[in-house]
Each structure stands twice: as structure tokens, then as C-alpha cells.
Design a protein around this ligand. Structure first.
Ligand SMILES: [Zn+2]
Length: 544
């Protein structure tokens, strides 16, 4: 017997005509594809026929969804997706943060008090959700109904941990040494034996032997959207051309072995995560009763591959061709095991990515400023300030593409007015051809409109963390980078624009073009389970 009541009617809301439902799903699945830019599904529709037809056209598709913070990186992005709050509220403003009190940069989820489970020896960093200041989707579900279950899974620790939140039964992530999923004693539930046996080196023995081969159906010749497979600005773990095999691995991260590195750097890593998620559903009987369960998944190989080869590489096209198949298999499994009527799935991402400047011909501002040049420019500015204020020591404690941390103690010791110094510093930074703005918190903290991205900087600001002077580099530029690869982390639309699709047979397919924010995802998903968190978070329920 169907035990759900669906009140399907059209509510005229600020985002247009949205079908409103009162759904109580047995399982909520939130999938984040790390670095999946908002334009990708439309762009790769030939390579992604399942996702394009079934989700993009068959779901409630918010095509104009953006993160509303400036530092568009993985930790802050996933914490935002899970909590419905801005980084300035949930406290995870970046992957690594400069801690002002200690003057040290540390991993934003570092927690030395935890112990790893599942492996005897593990060189992974000790991490937990302790520093996340807000509750996750799974936390709210479990606070309402303690018999509900919440699990999280990803290759990356920060993605899994921050999506899982505080009350998850368990969050799992990948250890590149044992090639299995691991977890910690932060979670109360016993560590299950089956996890230790679920190893990538065994499950992917034949793929590891053959390597990652280019899908033969991908048209690589005379395709204006694609760069050459061996473009000089591609680089990373492998030699930058197909096939990507164990032999073509050029560098292995500390604590990983070659097989672990292979999984991190090929689509198979994300397929492994989805297969692991399937096992989690089966072993823990997720979605099997009236207590709504939550499963969050982040597919991190997408990001690792994107950083190395860029959004216009044949590797990225090949990745999304394969992802289409992986998601088809996963959703078919959900339909069979949970039942199409019993779950709701959301697809989104933690951030986008900038094209390789060498490939981008849109503007002459698309420049790559390598770290050596950046360091020289910063040295020049520091010299000029030393001269201006009659100092012999450096006026900088730290500097990077993110900005500059001035040596305030030195300024005080020499009775230099810090405001005069900061004005002189900002003026010099803004003269660099690749810098648009240089901000101190006073410039954006009271901002009520988003002129020059000030509100997004405010939304990424936490007084405990970050350099005092922050940089907004010119659009499409890559600053303080090595000679190859690309990244994200700016308030520009290529970094903020992500997909957001709600998929359930009870949600009418529709494309919504009105602008919405990623902080709206958690309250909207929880609204489907009759939990109203809108007064506790920065986002809103889009279906109300
Ligand atoms: Zn990411």
C-alpha cells in the first residue's frame, strides 16, 4: 500500500510555478560531483544521454544555481550543500585555513583526537566534523527520528565528513594505501567487517592492469571544444595523454601506493564509491522502512581529473561519458532496491572550474601567473612598502593567491598607522595587471549588495581565519599556479555555477531559470521530509 500522500499542486512562488509536494521519502540521496560545472550536462548531452534525459529533462532542474560565497573550494562547498548555511555561518571557509590566533595554516577539519578504523596503518590526516558549526541534512533527519539512518561516502575525507555532519551513523572515505574505505571513532556505530573486504585493488584488478583507455566514441579531431590530448598545459599524476596506466604514473602522493593513486586519478575511483554506496544501502537496509534515511555521496575523482587536464580535455569528456553509465547503474539499482516511489535524489556540485587560460581565447585577461612571477611581484611590493615606511624587515607574514597577511606587530613596533599601511598595500596590489580588487574585512563586512563580489567575500569570511588582505584576481586568470593544470576558488560564475536537479517521480519535471542558491538545497530536501529548517539556516525551501 502506498503510504504517501502527494498533494500535487502548483504554487506560485518567487521562483516561478513550482509543483509542491508533501512527500515523505524513505531515502534521501544527495550526490555531489566534485567540480561539475553548471553547464556540463547541457554541454556533454551527447556523452550523457541518461543523465540528460532522465535527470536534466526528467527532474526539477534549477539551471541557474550558484554558490553564494567567494572561496569556492571543496570543504566549504560540501559543508554548504549539507547545512543550508553560508561558510561564514557554518565555519568551514576553505580547505586549508590560516588560523589567525596561531599564525599557522591547517586543514579545516583537522581533529587529532580521533583514531582511524578499518586499517592497521594509515597515513591519512586525522579529521572529523567537530569544526562544522551547523547541522547537516542527516543530522536534522536523525534529530527528528532517532531510528533514521545517515551515511556519507566519498573518495575525499572532507567531502564525506562534511556532508555527513555530526550524527551520521558513519562517514567513509578512501585510503590510497589499503585501497579500501576507512572511517574513524568519531562515529558511534561499530565498524563493519564487510568494508575491509571491499577493496579497490581486488575489485578493479583488470582495469588496473589495462589502464584508463580513451572511449573510442569520443570525437577528438577538429572539435573546437576540446584541446589536444597532450597539450603542454595539462599535467599531474599521469603523463598527460591516453592511455593512463600504472606505468604512466609520474608521481605518487605520500601515503598512497600506485594502485591507490590510479583509483584517485581515474573514473574508476568514482565508480568504486558508487559501488560502495550500493553495498551500504544493502547492508544497512537503507530506505526499507518509514524512518527516512539519508545517503550523501561525493564523487571526487571528477575534481582530481579536472584539475590536471581541464574542462576542455578529452579526459573530462571521457570521465563524463563513463559517469553517465555509472549513474544509470546506480539509479537503476535504487529503483529496484528502494523503489522509484520511495526515494528522492538530488544532483549538484561543490564548485565549478576555470578553463585553462591557454585554451581560453575569450579575453586577454585569461592569464596564467606562475608562482615564480607572483612571488617576484609580491617581493617588489614588499620592497616598496619597506622603503615607504623606512623598514628593513619584510612587512608580510604570509602571501599567496588568496592575499597577504601583514606583519601587524612590526607595524605597531615602528608606530606605523596600520590603516595607512593597508591603503598603500592595497593600492600596490591593485596595480598588478591580474588583480581586480584587494579587500580588507572593513571593505566587505557591511556590504548589502554584491558590487565587486563584496557580499560573496562577506559570506566566506570568518574572523578567526584567512589573510587580512584578500585578493580578487581578474576573471579567467590563474594566479600563483604551477605551469600546468587549472583550479577554482573564486566568486566568478564559472566557479559558482553548479547543477541542482531534484529527481523523484512525484516532482514534476521542469526547468527553473530563476536564480537560486546552493544554501537552498538542504532546506528544500528536508522540506520533502516535512522538516522545516528555514529559520535555522541561510537558505530557503524552494518548494514552499
Ligand atoms: Zn571540490
Amino acid at each position: 500500500m502506498k503510504k504517501y500522500l502527494f498533494l500535487l499542486f502548483i504554487a506560485i512562488t518567487s521562483v516561478g510555478a513550482i509543483p509542491k509536494t508533501s512527500v515523505t521519502p524513505k531515502l534521501i540521496v544527495l550526490i555531489s560531483v566534485d567540480q561539475m560545472r553548471g553547464d556540463y550536462i547541457e554541454r556533454f548531452k551527447s556523452q550523457m544521454p541518461f543523465v540528460y534525459q532522465e535527470l536534466y529533462n526528467g527532474g526539477l532542474n534549477y539551471v541557474n544555481t550558484h554558490h553564494f560565497h567567494a572561496k569556492t573550494t571543496t570543504a566549504g562547498g560540501h559543508a554548504t550543500l549539507a547545512t543550508g548555511c553560508l561558510p561564514s555561518t557554518h565555519g568551514i571557509v576553505d580547505n586549508n585555513v590560516y588560523v589567525r590566533a596561531t599564525r599557522k595554516t591547517e586543514y579545516s577539519i583537522l581533529d587529532t583526537s580521533i583514531s582511524f578504523l578499518g586499517v592497521d596503518r594509515c597515513s591519512l590526516q586525522k579529521v572529523s566534523a567537530a569544526k562544522l558549526q551547523k547541522s547537516s541534512i542527516g543530522d536534522y533527519i536523525k534529530m527528528k527520528d532517532p531510528l533514521s539512518k545517515s551515511y556519507s561516502v566519498a573518495l575525499k575525507d572532507r567531502s564525506s565528513i562534511l556532508m555527513g555532519g555530526h550524527l551520521a551513523n558513519r562517514a567513509y572515505w578512501f585510503d590510497g594505501q589499503s585501497t579500501q574505505m576507512v572511517s574513524t571513532n568519531y562515529y558511534a556505530e561499530p565498524f563493519p567487517e564487510w568494508v575491509t573486504a571491499f577493496r579497490a585493488d581486488q575489485l578493479y584488478a583488470s582495469e588496473i592492469e589495462t589502464g584508463w583507455l580513451l572511449n573510442s566514441s569520443i570525437p577528438t579531431v577538429h572539435n573546437p571544444l576540446l584541446d589536444h590530448d597532450s597539450a603542454t598545459y595539462e599535467c599531474g599524476t599521469f603523463q598527460p595523454w591516453f592511455p593512463h596506466t600504472l606505468k604512466s604514473i609520474e608521481s605518487v602522493k605520500e601515503g598512497e601506493n600506485k594502485i591507490g593513486t590510479f583509483m584517485w586519478n581515474t573514473p574508476y575511483g568514482d565508480e568504486f564509491v558508487l559501488k560502495f554506496a550500493e553495498q551500504l544501502i544493502i547492508k544497512n537496509q537503507l530506505g526499507s522502512d518509514e524512518h527516512t534515511d539519508v545517503l550523501t555521496i561525493s564523487l571526487s575523482a571528477a575534481d582530481v581529473i579536472g584539475h590536471q587536464f581541464g574542462p576542455n580535455s578529452v579526459e573530462i569528456v571521457d570521465y563524463y561519458t563513463r559517469l553517465d553509465h555509472y549513474l544509470k547503474v546506480f539509479i537503476t539499482m535504487l529503483n529496484q532496491k528502494i523503489g522509484k516511489d520511495n526515494y528522492v535524489l538530488a544532483l549538484t556540485a561543490d564548485h565549478g572550474v576555470v578553463p585553462m587560460p591557454e585554451f581560453s581565447s575569450l579575453t586577454d585577461k585569461a592569464v596564467r601567473v606562475e608562482s615564480e612571477q607572483f612571488d617576484n611581484d609580491m617581493l617588489g611590493i614588499d620592497q616598496s612598502l619597506k622603503q615607504l615606511f623606512n623598514l628593513t624587515e619584510s612587512t608580510f607574514l604570509e602571501k599567496s593567491y588568496e592575499g597577504v597577511e601583514p606583519n601587524f606587530e612590526l607595524l605597531t613596533a615602528h608606530h606605523i598607522d596600520s590603516f595607512i599601511y593597508l591603503d598603500a598595500l592595497k593600492e600596490r596590489l591593485k596595480k598588478l595587471s591580474y588583480v581586480d580588487q584587494a579587500y580588507t574585512p572593513e571593505d566587505f563586512i557591511h556590504s548589502t549588495n554584491n558590487e565587486n563580489y563584496k557580499q560573496q567575500f562577506k559570506n566566506s569570511y570568518d574572523p578567526r581565519f584567512g589573510y587580512y588582505v584578500q585578493l580578487l584576481c581578474t576573471p579567467l586568470s590563474l594566479v600563483d599556479m604551477r605551469s600546468c593544470g587549472t583550479t577554482h576558488g573564486t566568486p566568478y560564475s564559472y566557479d559558482t555555477h553548479v547543477p541542482f536537479i531534484l529527481y523523484s517521480p512525484f516532482i514534476k519535471p521542469m526547468k527553473v531559470k530563476t536564480s537560486v542558491k546552493t544554501i537552498d538545497i538542504a532546506p528544500t530536501l528536508l522540506g520533502l521530509a516535512d522538516i522545516d529548517i528555514t529559520k535555522k539556516v541561510d537558505g530557503r525551501n524552494l518548494l514552499r
